[in-house]
Design a protein around this ligand. Structure first.
Ligand code: MG
Length: 380
């Protein structure tokens, strides 16, 4: 396979890929990274993203983002930046679509609850779980467990990792030990994730009525673009004004990200993906934009993620996850056979991990239903 000359020298190329864990013949009609993306789209974990949420619970309304639409937005934002930097869009799409596969039901509340349950059994980290889904949990192929993705896609999925876990992961964890960077494609998806969720949480927060425009006007990034919209479209309706404002914020973030990254790449002049891995972070916002985005993030933490109505859901989520985990640990025979240890085996750590895999794989509504099935006599 030859190099794709349309891509920059520092981009990921299928021809220089570090390959798959299990050798496979090369694809005949698509690139290795396209094959990764296709495997992700056809996985069961990807379909479940439709019924998992980040802030709002799935059945609270049909217009809120789910993890599926979030992942699509991340892919869109990352690809539009990538084209400008001549990075590998196929790889970017694969990483973006897979980046949240390991998320528990009920968003961050679910992840924190499951991590607390797993404290004595090695903990639970959604990012590591995304890698576990594509490396081990999907059962679709005769020759191997998982999806057998390329090193580059797996490297992008694993955004952060403790040194303790990195040491157990082999080649894919090595960069955390060596303090190296992942590909520019991976760095880009990470920032596109931030752009996507900050902006869609504003949009969902306003639509739900948990946030008001007056509150948001305290945040400079929002206020600036809101004034711009009012100047260009005097008397514009509220709904359209919000969309116009969010649209302009996303655009400003993207333009800033492209410019700053182009400057950094021009300075570092990485000649290959290996040079990228040994450089500092090259995909970045300007200092000003980073501060603006951090203020927005803090605003959302204080006003949306800790809103009392969100807190109520957070508490319910914690109760459901904890109750499920405890019930299964106490009586593993309540579990579907696939999640039980083979008869005669009595390794609590291994059983706890299987329970975490089961719970993490649940959608919001499946977890709620499973909770009823375990605790309500009238529910089968
Ligand atoms: Mg995400």
């Amino acid at each position: 396979m030859t190099l794709n000359a349309d891509l920059a020298p520092y981009a990921a190329q299928p021809a220089t890929s570090q390959g798959r864990r299990f050798a496979e013949p090369p694809p005949s009609s698509r690139t290795e990274f396209q094959r990764d993306r296709d495997r992700i789209i056809h996985s069961a974990a990807f379909r479940r993203l439709e019924y998992k949420t980040q802030v709002f619970v799935n059945y609270e309304g049909d217009l809120f983002r789910t993890r599926l639409t979030h992942s699509l937005e991340v892919a869109q934002i990352a690809r539009s930046v990538a084209r400008n930097l001549r990075l590998n869009e196929d790889l970017i799409e694969a990483i973006a679509l897979a980046h949240d596969l390991g998320h528990t039901p009920f968003g961050h509340a679910g992840q924190d609850a499951l991590n607390a349950c797993m404290q004595s059994y090695g903990g639970f980290e959604h990012n590591l779980q995304s890698l576990r889904v594509v490396d081990a949990l999907e059962e679709r192929y005769g020759a191997f467990d998982g999806l057998n993705l390329t090193f580059e896609t797996r490297e992008g999925i694993l955004k952060h990792c403790s040194l303790e876990n990195a040491a157990k992961l082999g080649a894919i964890g090595q960069r955390f030990i060596d303090r190296k960077q992942p590909s520019l494609e991976a760095q880009l998806v990470d920032l596109a994730d931030t752009i996507a969720y900050n902006n869609h949480d504003i949009d969902d927060g306003l639509r739900s009525g948990l946030l008001t425009v007056e509150q948001l006007a305290q945040v400079d990034l929002f206020a600036r673009h809101r004034h711009e919209v009012e100047a260009v479209f005097p008397g514009i309706g509220e709904r359209r004004a919000i969309y116009e404002t969010v649209r302009r914020m996303i655009n400003a973030l993207i333009v800033d990200l492209i410019q700053t990254s182009q400057d950094r790449i021009a300075q570092a002049q990485p000649a290959s993906i290996d040079a990228v891995r040994s450089s500092g972070t090259l995909i970045a916002f300007s200092d000003r934009m980073r501060q603006d985005a951090a203020l927005m993030k803090r605003f959302l933490h204080e006003n949306l993620y800790r809103h009392y109505l969100v807190n109520r859901m957070t508490t319910k989520a914690r109760r459901i996850i904890t109750a499920l985990f405890d019930a299964f640990m106490e009586e593993p025979n309540l579990l579907p056979p696939d999640y039980r240890l083979p008869a005669g085996q009595n390794d609590m750590q291994a059983q706890a991990r299987k329970i975490a895999d089961y719970i993490a794989g649940m959608t919001d509504r499946y977890a709620t239903r499973e909770h009823r099935r375990l605790f309500m006599v009238e529910e089968l």
